[in-house]
Design a protein around this ligand. Sequence first.
Ligand code: B3K
Ligand code: ZN
Length: 846
Amino acid sequence: PHAVHLSDYAPYPFVIDGVELTFRLDPGRTRVISRIAFSPNPDGPGHSALQLDGERLKLIWARIDGAPVEPRITPEGLTCDVPTGSFVWEAEVEVDPAANTALEGLYMSNGMYCTQCEAQGFRRITYYPDRPDVMARFEVTIESDAPVRLSNGNPQEPDAQGRARWSDPWPKPAYLFALVAGNLTARSASFTTRSGREVALNVYVRPGDEDRCDYALDALIRSMRWDEEVYGREYDLDVFNIVAVDDFNMGAMENKGLNIFNSKYVLASPQTATDRDYEMIEGIIAHEYFHNWTGNRITCRDWFQLCLKEGLTVFRDQQFTGDMRSAPVKRIEDVLQLRARQFREDAGPLSHPVRPESYIEINNFYTATVYEKGAEVIGMLRRLVGAEAYDKALALYFDRHDGQACTIEDWLKVFEDATGRDLTQFKRWYTQSGTPHLRVLESWEDGTYSLHLQQQTPPTPGQPEKAPQVIPVAVGLLDPGGREVVPTRLLELTQAEQSFSFEGLSDRPVPSLLRGFSAPVVIERASTAQERALLLAHDTDPFNRWEAGRALAKELLVDMISNGTDPGDDYPGALGKVIEDEGLDPAFRALTLALPSEDDIAQTLKTAGITPDPMAVHEALNRLAVACARHLRAPLAALHDALAPNGPYTPDAEAAGRRSLRGAALGLLTRIDDGSRAEAQFAQADNMTEELGALTALLRAGKGHEQLAQFERKWSQDRLVMDKWFSVQVMLAAPREACEIADRLTAHPAFDWKNPNRFRAVLGGLAANHAGFHAPGGAAYALAADWLIRLDPVNPQTTARMSTMFETWRRYDADRQDMMRAALERLAAAPGVSRDTGEMVGRMLG
Ligand code: B3K
Ligand code: ZN
């Protein structure tokens, strides 16, 4: 399989004046009739043969300007000689949705037809220039007995034969095409845009699920209003449809006017969804809706520009959640995610720039780097130019590029034009991979405090040398009593080394560095536990308050692991002050109470030059949790009692924050009590947050087997809840039992391994159990590899994505490295390994 390079971009020789598609739906033999009007592209290379992408299609006939033609067909597409000037291509192809287990193109899920085209699925529907810079208006006709038949754009009157018709007035690339047909039922509402357009909103689900749509609908309405108020963006069609699908490779898809969602991110009721599920639904509904402008109206020229739409849309959905809920809490959650996924990726063999330069399979680049680091880069840009200039630049972006397929150069040019700033050096954030490390040295003399900052980015695949980046470092200073003496100042580090001074201070200050996590970097600074405790108690920046607690925990854990020290009382004592501070948001207190993950500690050790032993990491975290629980037993019990539900469940941030603090308290208490507190909560819970919270507290403490069985009996008919049942028991299993439990679950009658959610629940759950995955003997590696090998021919995309469970293999000792390498090599050698998985494994093995 050959690599595609950014530097090879060339415009398509033709433009499309219009597309008409007719679908005759049939599970095993769907016919797709296309009529596409082509003209020469004035910006193209001149006259050429017509090349269309197409995979797994059976061509029935093809015509140009009404005359039959016989194109040259390969497994990737076709080539056909065409007249100079404009012409009309028509073709009929046959596809087999029922046999499509890859869930790309047109496929079936529980008897309903649906599509997934991004990035290159449309070529499995019909022959077409399947690239994002070819934009066209689509008219779609659907012939099917299904009561609901949907496509993009606005619905039209059915035709004379009763076929459904859709017309999308907005030119779009093929990756935004969608079609859905089946026995569905809708929950509906209506939204009036600020210019007075009446929009019908529908959430389509399987009959029986209609009472679980209200939250998604409400989140959609709030998203539409927010985008008008904050970005001045209005919706542009008469309808906005959302469809929930059980079999889906990822979270959701922003198809124009017809978003398709993994049902997990639509359906919610208090009994079946946790607070976390509600927050995810709100965020993903917003994300897909926001794509209507950042992605659809302005799209990407080619797939290397993916972060143009994804980084920006993630940044927008993060802002939205910050506005809907608590901005500091959201920031902490986002940084937790960034470190857990993106820093992990950037520290290993899969590290790549936010804008990659080559790929074999583009689906492998829908990564934490493109999405989350892509969003961080926009956050830095906004910090550097200021909120007002950011708004001005965005207004110019929408104005200048509406209807176009753009590049990162276009995006940066907008900021340069709007602000007068030169962004040449800033652009390195898009082209240079790896997480910069920021070394901080300090000096203090005659009332002047100086910070000496040094930046250094470790080598990453293909990039041994790094140039200095523009790093915005937000800094505040506290005096030794904890009073802020210098409020937040934004330092701009542009060189490899640079100093910044603060004058006129009476005492040597304690710095609060990188406030709000102002740049996605790793800070290296020798600091004392006293300083950390001071910041945890007094910093005015909520992010850094939390960060101080986190740093304390990490340093303590590293010390416990490498020197065998005891947890001591300082850390639990500092935590105690935070959790008892009634002036602090409960959600914030819950985040402070949570310990770092085992994977995070393993990475921290590695960065410090220590080879992590997963069992020792697990054991140290347990010891620290038990120490905290013992030290804080009384306040934790008081919190758990005081935060007991005092009314019916509501999913809002405030109520969720109280539940998360209550859950964190229960988790710790259950480690040291007889489990009765969690058992009582499990028995009394009237919502999934409390029910699952109690169950996970029990499982983590090695208890709860009875409750697990009860949970299964209660929820056996509910697919989404059963995913939770499958995953928690693997994720929270004792290290030496995890693999066996996962193995046993794969033999459970409800283990439908072709369903991505279910597969992820068990095998993803195993990988998420750090000590369980890396338990001595390597059985979990082997089990995971067996299942990936089995899934690959069925669903390459999900297999490739899940293969990243091995991306950290070089972190560990020689024995584990050998076993993980063997697992990867076995995967690479699987007969007919997919392009997707082959590329991932190849990169991981280096
Ligand atoms: N744009 C889609 C992701 C498509 C992934 C294709 N492998 C969802 C999103 O980011 O909103
Ligand atoms: Zn997106």
